[in-house]
Design a protein around this ligand. Sequence first.
Ligand SMILES: [Zn+2]
Length: 168
Amino acid sequence: MICPACGANDDRVIDSRASEGGKAIRRRRVCNRCNKRFTTYERVETAGRLMVIKRDGSRQAFDPQKILAGIEAACGKLPIPSEAKARIVEEIDEELHREFEREVPALTIGERVAERLRKLNQVAYVRFVSVYKEFHGLDQLIDAAHDVREQARAEVPGQGNLFTPPEG
Ligand SMILES: [Zn+2]
């Protein structure tokens, strides 16, 4: 354990006892470097450890950093403020912990990221869903990406006819 006083990672336990009615173990430690005494608590891992169920059925601990990495990859060099990206991660993090007690499908996380990227930036959104297509085969997300492309084309006047040969 890192010593809170000197930062050394060199301590010994001088006392261990049950705490919180047996739900935790309290350990008194002393730093071998500076002799500072400090306390740590050991608890059973429960709340806060949301597990993500991947498509192949395997599970891994939920990690908001991975959501951010996915968003960063989709946004690339687009001029999107980092606060906007961080806000999406925070919102999804909070939302998932509120709605799911122990496990959440990876698909659900992907859909929620996509939903927010769609509102934020359509290019980032399409990139995000195409990554999902490649690695996760999320057909419904691909359909959504297709819709956005069609929509974008319809919104730019003349672009739909760009390669149509001139009449006559
Ligand atoms: Zn120390």
